[in-house]
Structure formats: C-alpha cells, structure tokens
Design a protein around this ligand. Structure first.
Ligand SMILES: Nc1ncnc2c1ncn2[C@@H]1O[C@H](COP(=O)(O)OP(=O)(O)OP(=O)(O)O)[C@@H](O)[C@H]1O
Length: 373
C-alpha cells in the first residue's frame, strides 16, 4: 500500500504539484492520469525522494529513504532510456543486482520475462523505445518488489506490446502487488487500470474506479432510430428534462431531402422529415433517421414510442467513452494545447511554451468532484 500525503512542488512561481494526497492499494493496477505537464512525473519523483518538495509518501508505512534495499521492495522506472551507455543489457542488470544483494541469475530471468533474451548481450543505446521500455520493466522487477512505480511504461510500445504490458501488470497485481503506472493517454489506461488517480495542473481531479470516472464526467444517452423519428422527437421534447438531438446522418438525409424538394419545385427550407424519409428511401439508404436522447432512460424512450404506436428500428444505450470523460474532466486544466486552426499562429517567444503537443480541445466543463478519496 502506498500512502501519499500533501505532495507539493514548486518551480519558481509555478506550482507543479499542489498538495496531492492519495492511496494506491495492493492487488490492482492504479493508473495515474493527466494531460501533458499535469505533474505526474514530478509527483512520482517526490514519492521516491528524488526531488525536494513538500509532503510525505509511505510504502507499507515506511518512507523510501528508510528502506535498506529499495530495489527489493519498490521497482521504479521514471525514464525509459536511463541505462549505462557502454554496458550490455545483461551486464547493466547484473551491476544493479550486485548493488542490492540480488543473485546474478535474476538478470537472465527478468530479461526472459520481458522478452529480451535475444538481445541481452547488446548495448541498450541501440534499443528502440519499446525495447528500452521492456528493459526498464526488467530493471524494476529485478528485486522481485512488492511495489511497482512506472512512468509512462507504454510509451513507444506497439498495440501488441501494450497488450503484453497490460497482461503483465494485471498478473503482477493479481499476485497482490501494488502497481502505480502513469500515462497521458486514456486509451492505454482504459486497458490497464482498475483504479484511477487523475490530476490536472498539479491538483486532484478524480480518485476512484474507472467506471465511476466515466459516470462522474459523462452522461449516457439513448440512440433511437425510427421511420417516424420526427413524430417521436416531438413527443420526446415534451418530456421534462429530456434533450433530443438529430444524429448527423440525418443532416445528410436532410440535404438530400432539400435537394429533392428543390428539384420538385418546392421550397427547400420547408423540407420536413417526411420529405427526408422519401429522399432516404430514394437514395436506397438502409438507415432510418436517428435521434440521440439525453436525460431519459432507454426503457422510458421505448415505452413512449410503444404507447404512441411508433415503430422503432433501433433502441440502444450509448455509454460515453473514457476518452470523453477524460476530456471533460481535464479540459480546463490542459496546460499546453494546439492552437485552433482559425487562431493566429504563435508569434514569438512571448507566446509561452512552443510546439504544443497535440492535445484535443477542451469540452464544456462537467461536474468536478475533486479531492482525494
Ligand atoms: N525541472 C523543472 N523546472 C521547471 N519546471 C519544471 C521542471 N520539471 C517539470 N516542470 C514543470 O512542472 C509541471 C509538471 O511537469 P511534469 O513533467 O511533472 O508533468 P507530467 O504530467 O509528467 O507531463 P508529461 O505527461 O508531459 O510527461 C510542468 O508545467 C513542467 O513544465
């Protein structure tokens, strides 16, 4: 169990980590998530006493600095390419093993475990990022530690590598170990983590399970398709708290309808759903017009349609993705973002951090249940 209490770090006037407190429990993978520059690496360095700052981190009740052989209790990888430049992968691990009273044979065991046996006599400086990540994990596992702290371990891995990492981390967690792993990519975390600690600009945004994160930051909606969509939309709009939006395919249908109406000499502006349906049918489309309904249960939408004799072709609950939840949760706290295409380009040094990494634009803020759990 890791207990972090009041972690704090300032660089000049900038607060990088702002009184973060959280727990990382054994037996599961806890994802540490936040946009670029949120303070994840700084937090991990503070936890491992690699940086000066405020607060305290306890590993099963003890501070890192008081543990006699840290490698045998806490395996950490904070930089994916921090290896000795001239030693082979195997010798690099053997050196570390010697320093912590770990038998040499363990180097070969962990190299095999991460799939690097074939290149064990090569120097890591020629390794790809994915290979370096594997070597980093081998290094972290060298002392067979109870706790793993990994900063962006999926960086540079291809999809099969990410799948492999996920399987490894899950099986290590199943052995009762405590796994704390950071990423700025939610799609990776969605595959790996059971619990999430989400931060933005150094402050806590969410601490809890993955499903709760989606529930807190997104709203499920209902997708319904019907040849009588316009009639259904009208009924749905009368329901208290419900909002109805036409699905985008309908726009295409609407355009087709407008074209059809104009060709018939009718006023395109008054092309209604019935005309749209004709146009869709004429175009041979198999899709009925669709609606997205928020603020109503799926069953209630179905019942309303049934009570009014409306035929449905599709009725489905749509849960928002983890990605959408992440955007809502961290939208306000993204530090570096790409300029919108219609914005003036950055003009010079006064524009602040250059070369913004590709961060998607923020969405309107949702609920923000902050604070450590
Ligand atoms: N040595 C430093 N000097 C000054 N500012 C720093 C230093 N290290 C980090 N920062 C700043 O502190 C903030 C947190 O950085 P940190 O690297 O911890 O974020 P991160 O969440 O790990 O980001 P990323 O996902 O991009 O790795 C950022 O604004 C960063 O610019």
């Amino acid at each position: 169990m890791i207990t972090a209490q009041g972690l704090y770090k300032r660089y000049g006037a900038k607060v990088a980590v702002d009184h973060l407190s959280f727990e990382v429990r054994p037996g599961m993978v806890t994802g540490f998530l936040g946009p670029n520059g949120a303070g994840k690496s700084t937090t991990m360095r503070l936890m491992l006493d690699l940086d000066n700052g405020g607060g305290e981190t306890l590993f099963d009740g003890r501070r890192f600095g008081t543990i006699r052989h840290p490698m045998r209790e806490i395996g950490a990888v904070l930089e994916s390419k921090a290896f000795h430049p001239t030693r082979t992968a195997r010798n690099h691990l053997r050196m570390l093993a010697a320093g912590s009273g770990i038998p040499f044979s363990r180097a070969d065991e962990v190299l095999e475990f991460v799939g690097l046996t074939d290149v064990r006599n090569k120097k890591p400086k020629g390794f790809s990022l994915g290979m370096a990540q594997r070597l980093g994990l081998a290094q972290a596992l060298l002392g067979d530690p109870q706790t793993l702290i990994l900063d962006e371990p999926a960086n540079g891995l291809d999809p099969s590598g990410i799948h492999w990492l996920r399987t490894v981390l899950k099986s290590l967690a199943d052995q009762g170990r405590t796994i704390f792993v950071s990423s700025h990519l939610l799609s990776e975390m969605a595959l790996m983590a059971d619990q999430l600690v989400v931060i933005g600009r150094g402050t806590m945004i969410y601490n809890g399970d993955v499903d709760g994160f989606v529930r807190n930051f997104t709203q499920a909606s209902v997708v319904v398709r019907s040849p009588q969509a316009a009639q259904l939309a009208e009924l749905l709009r009368r329901v208290d708290g419900a909002t109805v939006e036409e699905l985008t395919e309908n726009v295409r249908h609407g355009v087709a309808a407008a074209v059809a109406a104009a060709a018939d000499g009718a006023d395109a502006a008054v092309a209604d759903a019935a005309v749209a349906e004709d146009a869709v049918r004429a175009a041979g489309s198999a899709l009925s017009p669709g609606l997205r309904v928020s603020g109503m249960e799926t069953a209630a939408v179905g019942e309303l349609a049934f009570q009014n004799g409306i035929l449905l072709h599709e009725l489905a609950t749509q849960t928002a993705s983890l990605e959408a939840a992440f955007m809502t949760a961290t939208g306000e706290s993204v530090e570096y973002r790409a300029h919108d295409l219609d914005e003036a380009p950055p003009g010079g040094p006064q524009d602040g951090p250059p070369a913004a990494p590709p961060v998607p634009p923020s969405q309107p803020g949702g609920p923000t249940p902050g604070g450590a759990a």
